[in-house]
Design a protein. Sequence first.
Length: 252
Amino acid sequence: MKKIFAIMACCAAATTMYASDVTESSYDVLNAPMETPSSASVPASSAAGATEDWKSQLAKMVKVSGYLQAGYNYNSLGSGSSSFQAKRLRLILDGQVCKNGSVRVQIEAFNGIAGSTNGNGQKNIQVMDAFFTYKFNPAFQVRVGQFYTPLGYENYDISPATLETVDFSNICYRMACRNAIGYDFVDYGRDLGIMLMGDLLPSAEGFNYLSYNFAVTNGQLPCKDDNNKSKDIIAALTVRPLKYFNVKAAYN
């Protein structure tokens, strides 16, 4: 089976030039007096102040970002199938609500995991993240809401947008992204709860030798209240002896 994909793009630009004729009778170029244009000088301090004020106002605004991961899948098993796919479409909103407090909301618009589609099998919109983080100092921060749990390295320290294979490894999906109340329930590695975290022992090279996370969560599916009195506890510790090398241990 041969498939040929061709993409053609054509761009055209046209520039119209206007020219106006000036006759010698209407204006004597040689005898015209030279005019010095008037200019208003702006003090450097005022310009710098305006720039800093603009930057401070921009920092207070909500930052909107996101990404789309798409692909093509061909299956030769049985009668076979082929389909273009929209793996995930993420919309991310980050905002600074106070001096030390920030919020994040992340929406998944192209989720096609079994159990999260509607009655027609179409992909539903899901809330991935909805949390508030307050930073008392680098060594002690508190996060509340629905967030990605610190269990494992891929689920917490790496984004799917940075992976060559688009998806996490199978072991990450089976351990960190499947809910304990049912093997077939995918929770995206998210849960509702509270987490304490921080970075300790700063180095002269701009990184911290030690980081910790301690989370208490429902242990239920995302966007859903807990149906029992028990809670999940996740503790993680990351040691960085070198700037680009770290070892992480986590317990659930």
